[in-house]
Ligand binder design. Sequence first.
Ligand code: PLP
Length: 922
Amino acid sequence: MPVGIKPLAYNSLWQLRNDTWSSLEESTTQLALAEAQQRPVEQLVETVTGSLDVLGSIEGFWAFPGVQILREVQRLFAAGHYDRLAAVVGRANRALVTESYRGGHAWDLRAEDDDAYDRDTRPAKQFGSERPYFEVLVVEDLTEKQENSLREELRRWRRPDDQFIYEIVVVPSFDEAVMAARLNFRLQACVVRRRFAHHSRHDSPLLAQFIGIDGSDDLMEHTPDDRAQALARSLAKIRPELDLYLMTEISVEDLAGRLSHHFRRIFHAREGSLELHLSILDGVAARYRSPFFSALRNYSHRPTGVFHALPISHGKSIVNSHWIKDMIDFYGLEIFLAETSATCGGLDSLLEPTGPLREAQQLAAEAFGSRKTYFVTNGTSTANKIVVQALVQPGDIVLVDRNCHQSHHYGLMLAGAMVTYLDAYPLHQYSMYGAVPLTEIKRQLLALRRAGKLDRVKMLLLTNCTFDGIVYDVGRVMEECLAIKPDLVFLWDEAWFAFARFHPVSRPRTAMRAARTLAGRLRLPEYRERYDAQATEIGAIDAADDEVLLRQRLTPDPARARVRVYSTQSTHKTLTSLRQGSMIHVWDQDFSQKVEATFHEAYMTHTSTSPNYQILASLDLGRRQAALEGFEMVQKQVENAMRLRDAVDHHPLLSKYMRCLTTADLIPAEYRPACIDQPLRSGLPSMIEAWDCDEFVLDPSRITVYIGATGIEGDTFKRQLLMDRYGVQINKTSRNTVLFMTTIGTTRSSVAYLIEVLVTIARELEAQLADMSPNERDAYERAVERLTAPSAPLPDFSGFHPSFTDGHGVPTPEGDVRRAFYLCYNDSYCEYLTPEEVEQRVENGDQVVSTTYVTPYPPGYPVLVPGQVFSKEILSFMRSLDTPEIHGYRADLGYRVYLDKALEIAATTRPAPRPDQLNRSK
Ligand SMILES: Cc1ncc(COP(=O)(O)O)c(C=O)c1O
């Protein structure tokens, strides 16, 4: 590693590049000075050489400063023109820092006057040039002269009214194209020409450390078209949003029919570059469009007479008011100009969209890789209820993680589902749950199969990723479940995972990408062969022994499996959107035939007839941003998270009291065949390996900090220290942990502030400890002991009372939460019992049944649901809690439970099985 370059945090090669330009500016300035003062320069020469070595291997992936300026810098250095060298490097670095290069003007490397410096380094917007800037990758082996002439040719097509401005980056090989796509997040398009090499000519260990390349094997043997196809596939895998163009000299008409759908257009090289230039701009413009936002903005500037509801529309009820003028002062007028209840005049109706909203949703579907996307203005809480109602009929069995968000519990209750709760693996030490292991899901499905109830199973519902950042192997879960139940529907609650689509490492574990991948694989002949081989080995799945099926990785029958996948995302949680902006993404092969109508009804059930237009417009813009700069933002988010982790774990004082929990802490080894304890810290190739094969992985953007050694309980740490004293907001805590989330809105400065706050807290703690009396010291040590000792074990789901199970055929665990929920509306069926009374009854062997959800907060998961029996484990867990809120439990009265007579009535008033289910269950 060159002098002055520190080992890097995860995959931040672009950061290395920025830092290297900055250190180069510093060292070349010192070099010029040392030479002028006739001081020794050897050391500085070595430092500059080191920086230039680094830049030599990576600068070619960016247009600015790019190889052109770097070559000039190298030439000046070699010639010993240190003064000029310092000037050029200074200008280049200033331009990088101020991002003035985004103005897209050509640099005059020879200009030395102040005007040139000023022009080259002032932020682009100060020149009135706020056109978005991007870079276009050109893959072709070109000489320097050819490259310059291509650059000039494309620049000549620029027009003042172009919407955007771009520069090209030329790379000569497949490998370098892939590296550029990984590294340069300013790229929006790629032009593949036919002459490019297979591997890079430069063997760079620095790059190898960060980049995993696949897809280029054996390319030498293929035709140029095959190579172009393979490159398109690789690029689409890394950056599906990039517009790909092919430029070729051979018959484009022939090629057009044969080439991969990844190419947006094919051009004949001899026809010049104007069409290409226009297409590049057009491709980016397509993603830049935000139809609903534009419609709302246009509408807001039209004068209207409002003889409708909504007096606030156009700010009318506010501007003439004497008493609420501060509302305009605070919010600004525009937001009220955009308040309207109109659904025509260029606007649209969310309940039956035919115009800009429909188009905005289609653009979102493209960006998020779904077949259909629906906007939701009341959060994922509502999105979840819509999907469940659309798909689940009363009596259908749904398998769900017991620790899922409350909206699922209420949604399933309203839908009348028979609910089978799945247990996630517990992390007793940190008082948290992990995620549901695949064997637990398979075990439940197989039990239902044995009971002849598999036909009644409709849906599997899981949270990906969990609040604490545990991410499923979505594709594998679906594949194995479909082997047992080929028409199972999946609802993945991705409330916290919308951003994952925009990073190549996390994308394969999103529901939409996994659905598409699985559907594609099911069509492959190799897949059919794999299924046939499995049939030879274990026989038909329907007849195979449960233990074999649990042990074996299962392949579904491609002729029977249907890919039916839904995901709900709180856009507002991890991408840009106003609060409550969420999306439902659909990848269901049977949607139009089986679901569209009921989906519409469900959407109508839960959607306001006055949806908030500002939320909808922000979803449209959030999609635009994600499609154009999602990759950059997510990459930076991950890097910020790594910085935070490093800062906590490497700080001598902080690490005395706090520790970031690692993958190994949060995911037991049995779920991690890659055996990498800290994939995030071991470099991108390790991370890719773990994300490829481990059953669970950890979302790097979430950092759970273990604070047991502070002696301060998680909730107190959050409220009294972080929030009240320092204005740091966090969401989740457990007894001895606090969760810090980084998002695309997290800046390096906010990370620095957090570190500062944590260090201050640790210092104060040190000071308090130093002053403590022996008694106080004892109390502190007891607190630490309590927080660091294992808590009462987290209880598993204890089961429904038999009155609320279906009571037909072989008993299975699913319960009718809706009946159990509504039965207690009759007061005479219920009573309150103190915890001691419940304990006594449980001790006596009685079944005590909850009428309602009992949810300690934190952690926010129901420990009891309606119809569930109390267990000793639940009671001991509840006793050990010192959380401030327990929903569904009244401190003055105790638990609300069913009287025996209610349970008897429930047992005798069970609904008969649906006739369709009875017939099919045989
Ligand atoms: C897993 C999960 N799903 C759904 C929701 C609800 O999302 P929203 O706040 O968008 O309604 C949350 C909220 O925290 C959540 O954690």
